[in-house]
Design a binder for this molecule. Structure first.
Ligand code: G4P
Length: 315
């Protein structure tokens, strides 16, 4: 998409996070990487592994309430196979959040046994939370901490001391999560993030975005499209834009002279997708990965199949 070229990866913000990670890494036992369960690849920062070196990792597939449960289970296995502990969560309602501390204890069992052998029983586990904007870091921390979240000390001339928030299960969280940035130069990644609202709307062409989302839905979730917009699973169309026109007609979104109001239809498609009105949908499948995470994927060069490859509807 043409418009995508305007979206930049934010080097200034990343530099700040990099410094924060470097400073905090020696203080923590594990890192908790928050991912959007609808986008378990694109909501990752491709530098994550390099930035956090070999710290034990807990992956939290957040917003699981909005994602396809069958695919979420596949993604749990995908990240488990890559050595991470994995939990699923809905940090808005709090569902799944109670697994956080037990999962960390299981992940760190060997280290905890060593501490215990050295007479350091009861030593807290320290962890920092990392994730892209909007993935739910504050919601998760608030859920984990209850009302105990520390107020950041911000007095002029005083170097702010890192604060820890004690949560249940003998775990302490670094009070400020690290904000990572997705790799937006990759248009496929930028598109998927835009579907979920993780990228600001105004930099995108809504109609092109909605058309692309409709193609994906028609290929991967045809029932949802039939139920919501009466678009038949076996319908033929030339372009995603034709699907958008069809949806506008079926919804009675017409301009004078019966011309489909694709602008209005596009806004509806995007809003309804984000509002889970089309059902619980995941935009990425583990099997779309042609090879296990390779160096090029780590660098964000190849996140799954390209939409232009077409046939399987991967966006
Ligand atoms: P951040 O710190 O990583 O930037 O994310 P934050 O917690 O602010 O969450 C961003 C938005 O995502 C919020 O919605 C929040 O409620 C929602 N959210 C976070 N986790 C979940 C989840 O697991 N499931 C669902 N369904 N939503 C989640 P908002 O619209 O900005 O605010 P509001 O709806 O809470 O008023």
């Amino acid at each position: 998409m043409e418009d995508m070229k305007d979206i930049q990866w934010f080097p200034g913000h990343m530099a700040k996070t990099r410094r924060m990670i470097q400073k905090s890494l020696p203080l923590v036992d594990a890192v908790a990487e928050l991912l959007d369960a609808r986008l378990p690849l694109s909501s990752r920062n491709p530098e994550f592994d390099r930035l956090t070196r070999r710290k034990p990792r807990l992956v939290i597939l957040n917003k699981a309430d909005m994602a396809d449960p069958v695919l979420t289970q596949q993604w749990v296995e995908y990240y488990q196979k890559r050595g991470a502990a994995v939990i699923t969560a809905d940090s808005k309602s709090g569902k799944g959040v109670k697994s956080f501390a037990p999962a960390l204890r299981r992940l760190l069992a060997p280290q905890l046994a060593k501490y215990e052998a050295r007479g350091m029983k009861g030593r807290p586990i320290r962890v920092m939370i990392l994730g892209i904007p909007n993935v739910g870091k504050s919601s998760l921390i608030n859920r984990l901490a209850g009302g105990k979240r520390a107020k950041a000390e911000d007095r002029a001339g005083v170097t702010r001391v890192q604060q820890w928030i004690k949560i249940d299960g003998g775990v302490e969280l670094l009070d400020t999560p690290g904000v990572l940035w997705p790799k937006l130069e990759d248009q496929e990644v930028a598109c998927r993030l835009a579907f979920t609202g993780a990228v600001r709307d105004e930099v995108l062409d809504t109609e092109a975005l909605a058309a692309r989302l409709l193609v994906f839905l028609h290929q991967q979730y045809p029932k949802a499209l039939e139920e919501r917009y009466r678009i038949a699973p076996d319908c033929t169309y030339e372009t995603g834009f034709a699907l958008l026109e069809q949806m506008a007609k079926n919804r009675g979104m017409l301009l004078s002279g019966g011309v489909p109001n694709t602008e209005r239809a596009a806004i509806a498609v995007i809003d309804e997708f984000r509002g889970v009105k089309l059902g619980r949908i995941t935009l990425e499948r583990p099997e779309d990965q042609r090879t296990p995470q390779t160096a090029s994927q780590q660098n964000g060069v190849d996140h799954g199949k390209k939409a232009s490859d077409g046939a399987d509807g991967t966006v």
